[in-house]
Design a protein around this ligand. Structure first.
Ligand code: FES
Length: 199
């Protein structure tokens, strides 16, 4: 049978208080541990959650970029290499016109049967030759190569004639030059249509 409180000695009362204090401390410790465990679980969930969303974001972005890329066709934009040079009557027979040399690196030559267009680039190392009217020849200032008015090389280190570029007539009767199409004499190109325009 339990003793009444009044019957307990001071020592026994102190023991009871001590036991309660220990029990309360144990309970508090247990709660703290529980909270720490939960916090640990949630922080791991946060990490994997963030990882998952990051992966999803990256995949979505890659898909979006791939979609945008496929919306634009792979087209190579080349500059226009053609220009209109005027009507045939703008050129005198026997003339070597330097009108288009600065902008298009081309001489337009008219002989008694028609036109050809020479590309103003030395076939030695690529300098720009000059037309010397008095000497009736093209002369390269770099190493002295010389070319007849036909474009054929005859002096200096240039190993082959100047190149011709395409010359044709538009439906309106204008000369149309295309610097993007070249004709090389040593390959037999000067007999091809476009390398010479008969008028
Ligand atoms: S680059 Fe013309 S002669 Fe050398």
């Amino acid at each position: 049978m339990a003793k009444d409180k009044e019957e307990l000695s001071a020592e026994e009362i102190a023991g009871i208080h001590e036991q309660r204090r220990v029990e309360q401390q144990q309970e508090a410790d247990r709660r703290t541990r529980g909270k720490e465990q939960m916090a640990s679980v949630w922080s791991r969930r946060d990490f994997f959650g963030r990882l998952g969303w990051s992966g999803f974001g990256i995949v979505s972005l890659a898909t979006l970029l791939a979609g945008m890329r496929s919306s634009f066709p792979r087209v190579l934009f080349k500059p226009d290499t053609t220009f209109k040079a005027g009507i045939p009557d703008d050129f005198g027979i026997g003339e070597v016109s330097e009108k288009f040399k600065k902008d298009f690196r081309v001489w337009i030559v008219r002989d008694d049967k028609g036109f050809y267009a020479l590309y103003a680039k030395c076939t030695h190392l690529g300098c720009t030759p000059r037309w010397l009217t008095a000497e009736n020849k093209f002369k390269c200032p770099c190493h002295g190569s010389g070319f007849y008015r036909s474009g054929v090389n005859f002096e200096g280190p240039a190993p082959r004639p100047l190149e011709r570029v395409r010359i044709t007539l538009t439906e309106e009767g204008e000369l149309l030059v295309d610097v993007g199409v070249k004709y090389r004499s040593e390959k037999g190109d000067w007999s091809k249509p476009g390398s010479y325009l008969a008028v």
